[in-house]
Design a protein around this ligand. Structure first.
Ligand code: AMP
Length: 341
């Protein structure tokens, strides 16, 4: 970022520092969602200088093939996951994206400064085209523009998301710059809020942990037995070598040790790798216990929330109303700048 864009990126003093993040409503949350996004969301919620807006990105879900009934169910489930993970609806505005239709209207205006070629060249778009060659739609192409609208409508400066979202953050920053230059809006350029778990690797030893790759993930709702079973299946190696592994299942295990048992535990295994050797059966069993200790309180809170559906409904209604207040104000400003009001 050069100096002039840094100046134009500064939020005006009237606007508090805001945070926006979201998770698509495509099913159960896994450890990648938790470490890459949710942990950062919780950390920022606890900092008094930030006003936090966290959505269920249900509109984004319709950009790739999906099951209608599952989506109807999952959008509510993600709100429950947010609450179970420890987000506080008194501190954060928790809402469902489609209940704030202002996002979609802003996305259309932002599309007027977004080139088709830029969207087509994004690695995330190319990946989805490979996954769903029969469903290359305008909605899919527009995904990053809608994400920019999600962020810019709150004039958010911090976005706690995993590293896979970095290309989309770049697009949001470019769009903010272009809108400010072309129409004189005052969008700040959002930054990704980075967490130690910004990239959680797959249990299969290749690529990232992902909902769309069976066998790659541990869900937040998994029992100790399920976690143990999934870790048992992670491919390992001989446990000894000149240098600790940097790829494959063994590297995934070391990364998970680092994230759940700490840097020291990882270093001890690395030392063992170049010395007497790692006993993977023991590593996996200890790791399963450490993972379960972190997810268990989330599961317990989830069970309480499932038993109190009215309180969840109330969070959803109140969140949408609060989000719409801010979103509609930004939209009015933008429409005025574009000559639409
Ligand atoms: P999605 O499920 O694609 O909507 O992702 C929701 C959030 O989880 C985004 O912030 C992603 O960057 C984050 N996320 C998803 N998978 C991972 C992963 N394997 N490692 C770290 N963050 C992830």
């Amino acid at each position: 970022m050069n100096t002039s864009s840094a100046l134009s990126a500064a939020p005006s003093s009237a606007v508090p520092h805001r945070v926006l993040s979201g998770i698509r409503a495509t099913g159960r949350l896994h450890l990648g969602n938790y470490l890459g996004a949710l942990k950062g969301m919780i950390e920022l919620e606890r900092r008094p200088e930030y006003q936090t807006f966290y959505m269920v990105a249900d509109v984004h879900t319709v950009t790739t093939p999906y099951d209608v009934e599952e989506l109807r169910h999952n959008r509510r489930e993600i709100i429950i996951d947010y609450l179970a993970a420890g987000l506080d609806p008194e501190q954060s505005t928790l809402f469902i994206q489609s209940m704030v239709p202002e996002h979609l209207e802003l996305a259309f205006y932002l599309a007027s400064v977004s080139s088709v070629a830029r969207m087509q060249h994004l690695p995330t778009f190319k990946d989805k085209v490979k996954q769903h060659p029969q469903h290359v739609t305008l909605a899919l192409l527009n995904y990053p523009v809608l994400m920019a609208a999600d962020i810019l409508i709150y004039k958010a400066t911090q976005v706690p998301v995993g590293i896979d979202q970095q290309p989309h953050l770049e697009v949001a920053r470019e769009i903010a710059r272009k809108m400010n230059q072309q129409y004189g809006t005052d969008f700040p350029e959002p930054q990704r809020f980075v967490t130690p778990g910004e990239y959680v690797p797959s249990l299969k030893g290749e690529g990232k942990m992902s909902k769309s790759v069976e066998g790659s993930y541990i869900n937040l709702t998994d029992t100790l037995a399920e976690i143990e079973e999934k870790l048992k299946r992670v491919p390992s190696d001989s446990g000894r070598g000149e240098r600790p592994p940097e790829t494959g299942g063994a590297a995934t295990l070391l990364k998970l040790v680092e994230l759940f048992q700490g840097q020291e535990a990882r270093q001890a295994y690395e030392a063992a790798y170049t010395g007497e050797g790692i006993r993977y059966a023991q590593l996996k069993s200890d790791l399963a216990e450490a993972v379960y200790q972190q997810v268990r309180p989330i599961q317990q809170r989830r069970a309480q929330l499932e038993a109190a559906p009215a309180s969840v409904d109330q969070v959803i209604e109140a969140g949408a109303a609060k989000a719409r207040q801010v979103a509609s104000q930004t939209l009015e400003e933008v429409k005025y700048k574009l000559g639409l009001g």
